[in-house]
Ligand binder design. Structure first.
Ligand code: ADP
Ligand code: ASP
Ligand code: MG
Length: 413
């Protein structure tokens, strides 16, 4: 008998009919002889609606109360799914994150799981019950209810799978796997059979919302077998595997895009040792994650420094930047919100030069201006105007022939 963790996302449990369909699928798995622990997200757009509701009541909702509110979403779906399964003649029992033993740190809104005390869920499974766990939530070391950040039910699922030593963690969603690009944006995107943890980390970190970044990190660290698949179709989806287990390594695996970042330029910074440290230290101390830092060559002893940061952190960053521009004798700073980061990810880029050039040429041919470029050994990211993001992803997808299942040769690109 295997132990399976199945996670169903918001769309998959979006209405009563879909909840009954999920119940049916869970029951089929149980009847096949597997022990099943199910993790559920809030129904449809419930989380967005609750955030909106809070905004109508308070200008700056208290983080603890915000988490209390948001966890209600997953609580609704866990109870409804449990009822639907019980109606099918199986014994299901639901647990909040706290009851399931998900212990987190105290950072409301994006808490990190520090421990999973899975005894209660394990007991239920041993009694032959189907355990339903509310995703996206836990209880902090200070005994307050916390949430794990948007998309956090994926992380709950992986953490439960690790704690229960499950044979597989299945992420059921509204697409049938991980694609070469968001299939909503690129109609010709192709489903990947496998993707390595390293590539998936880069895709998730750069905007591919199909798997939450932390869930991929957690799965890699704890050796959880991860299978992303459709909740509406029975087909095999995408397996996230160790790099050495990838059967066919394409040069490029996928393209992600992120419109949630903003670009800051600090102008005419005196070019002397210590300035970069003084610039980024106060931002780091405020917990603001900056990315894609570029400093141009100095003209007359002055250089511009540009970088990106999450748009949601911009309001907090602005007063810090004002102070710091004065402190380092810079001319001032500018912020641009209407940008997008387009990232091309593939482990095969390590040994195949030419991909970056092909990406830049594809953008140039379309007249899309690149504002910042950054690269790692398996990723090339370009900041482009937000209005060009969709076109940029499509033209790069086409230029790199990602729709065809070919192992690209760089010089053929
Ligand atoms: P769930 O509610 O099931 O967690 P999400 O909306 O969080 O679902 O994630 C699934 C969505 O991720 C898809 O509908 C798709 O639009 C988007 N997505 C972005 N990039 C990719 C990709 N590379 N492959 C598949 N889906 C992607
Ligand atoms: N309901 C939460 C969200 O919308 C968590 C999740 O769906 O994974 O972000
Ligand atoms: Mg999700």
């Amino acid at each position: 008998m295997s132990l399976v963790v199945q996670k169903y996302g918001g769309t998959s449990v979006g209405d009563p009919e879909r909840i009954r369909r999920v119940a049916q699928r869970v029951v089929e798995t149980a009847e096949g002889g597997d022990a099943v622990c199910v993790v559920v997200s809030a129904m449809g757009h419930t989380t967005d609606e609750l955030i909106e509701l809070a905004a109508q009541v308070s200008r700056d909702p208290h983080p603890r109360e915000m988490d209390m509110l948001l966890t209600a979403g997953e609580r609704i779906s866990m109870a409804l799914l449990s009822m639907a399964i019980n109606d099918l003649g199986h014994n299901a029992v639901s647990f909040t994150g706290s009851q399931a033993g998900i212990v987190t740190d105290t950072t409301h809104g994006k808490a990190k799981i520090v421990e999973v005390r899975s005894a209660r869920v394990r007991e239920a499974l041993e009694e032959g019950k189907i355990a339903i766990v509310a995703g996206f939530q836990g209880v902090s070391t200070a005994r307050d209810v916390t949430t794990l950040g948007r998309g956090g039910s994926d992380t709950t699922a992986v953490a439960m799978a690790a704690a229960l030593e499950a044979d597989v963690c299945e992420i059921y969603t509204d697409v049938d796997g991980v694609y070469t690009a968001d299939p909503r944006l690129v109609p010709g995107a192709r489903k990947l059979r496998q993707v390595s943890f390293e590539e998936m980390l880069d895709l998730s970190a750069n905007g591919a919302g199909v798997l939450a970044l932390r869930s991929v990190e957690y799965a890699r660290t704890h050796g959880v077998k991860l299978h992303v698949r459709s909740s509406f179709k029975p087909d095999e989806g995408t397996w996230v595997v160790k790099e050495e287990d990838v059967l066919e390594q394409a040069i490029v695996s996928g393209i992600a895009h992120d419109t949630g970042e903003a670009k800051v330029t600090i102008r005419a910074v005196p070019d002397r040792p210590g300035v970069a440290g003084r610039t980024f230290r106060p931002l780091a101390e405020a917990g603001i994650n900056v990315d894609m830092i570029v400093q141009n060559t100095s003209v007359a002893g002055l250089a511009d420094i540009s970088f990106t940061l999450p748009e949601s952190d911009l309001a907090r960053a602005e007063p810090i930047l004002e102070q710091l521009a004065r402190a380092i004798d810079a001319e001032g700073f500018t912020c641009e919100r209407e940008i997008a980061k387009v990232s091309v990810v593939g482990a095969g880029m390590r040994s195949n030069p030419g991909v970056a050039a092909a990406i830049f040429e594809a953008l140039a041919d379309e007249g899309i201006n690149i504002e910042i470029i950054s690269t790692s050994s398996i990723r090339v990211s370009c900041v482009v105007p937000a209005r060009d993001a969709e076109r940029a992803v499509n033209v790069i997808h086409e230029r790199l022939r990602l729709a065809d299942n070919v192992l690209l040769q760089a010089d053929g690109v």
